[in-house]
Design a protein around this ligand. Structure first.
Ligand code: MG
Length: 308
């Protein structure tokens, strides 16, 4: 007798969602046993998924053939990850309160640790633009307690968004009106930058939305209106597909938004989701970090072709 079929995790909110998903696809749980997973990044060179288990101070790896294992421990409480144009891992370190690059020889280069002489709070998520510049958010989650880093006072006194110049390495602040800036991602043509505010984690009526900015001259931000308010939960992390749809974490799974801000549908996940990334050899599998576990589901749309 065949086993009872598992229910579809797909929830349609708009007719456009049907073209983005595979009706028969199911959610695969690839690994469990972490405390708080985050920072998924797919490495095309080795066809493996790397992600963070922040409280356990480790980076994990998973591949189709080898399954899951430890990639790096201790990880200096690494949170968000991405790849630069040369395929090097760029990570946000709560421990060092810095953004760092892992070189091909295994050494580590700190790219940003201070703003005007003061230590950053705890860089959270990071994205690399095609010009080599590195954009990251700096909320205080890694210094709020000893759970995901080392408890400390903020030296800067605010939570901002920064850009590291690709040529000079200089650090610039690109936005200073967030409560808790968190996930961020460019539109496929890099004309827009989406940035989440997860301020609700420390204030009951705080923001739980994604804002959208115009990217001016490739290096400055303009605008910043609310693009989508996430309910339930938070837009901790998100990625875009090749059509510019936003696939974001939420309290009940992954929510998919059209570029016009319409909720198209959801992938229901049994744990609170923190972040997602497109991966797999065809770039059509969405990897999902959710509290204690790593999940994945195949989609009918491919991820935007960007580093990381
Ligand atoms: Mg985050």
């Amino acid at each position: 007798m065949a086993a009872a079929p598992s229910p579809s995790p797909l929830l349609h909110a708009d007719p456009r969602f049907a073209a983005l998903v595979i009706a028969t696809a199911r959610l695969d749980c690839l690994h469990t046993g972490s405390r708080w997973t985050e920072g998924p990044v797919y490495l095309p060179a080795t066809d493996e998924l790397i992600w963070s288990d922040i409280p356990n101070n480790r980076l994990l790896r998973w591949s189709e053939g080898a399954g899951a294992g430890v990639f790096r421990q201790p990880s200096d409480y690494n949170n968000g990850n991405t790849l630069d144009r040369e395929g090097r891992l760029v990570g946000c370190l709560h421990g060092a309160r810095a953004v760092a690059r892992s070189e091909h020889d295994g050494s580590r280069t700190l790219l940003a640790s201070h703003w005007q002489g003061k230590r950053l709070n705890s860089p959270n998520d990071v994205v690399v633009k095609s010009d080599g510049s590195i954009w990251f958010t700096d909320p205080a989650y890694g210094i709020d307690s000893d759970y995901e880093g080392y408890k400390a006072e903020s030296e800067i006194g605010g939570c901002h968004v920064y850009r590291i110049d690709g040529a000079s390495g200089a650090l610039e602040r690109v936005s200073d009106d967030f409560e808790r800036p968190n996930g961020l991602a460019f539109s496929p043509d890099e004309s827009k930058l989406y940035i989440a505010d997860t301020g609700r984690t420390h204030r009951a009526d705080g923001p739980h939305h994604i804002r959208v900015f115009d990217v001016v001259d490739g290096r400055r931000l303009r605008g910043g209106e609310v693009f989508a308010t996430i309910t339930p939960g938070l837009a901790d992390g998100f990625r875009l597909d090749e059509r510019g749809n936003i696939w974001t974490s939420a309290g009940d799974g992954v929510h998919c938004y059209a570029p016009d801000g319409t909720l198209l549908g959801k992938i229901l996940v049994p744990e609170v989701v923190s972040n997602v990334v497109f991966g797999g050899p065809r770039h059509n599998r969405l990897f999902i970090t959710a509290t204690t576990s790593l999940y994945a589901i195949y989609l009918a749309v491919n991820g935007a072709r960007r580093p990381g």
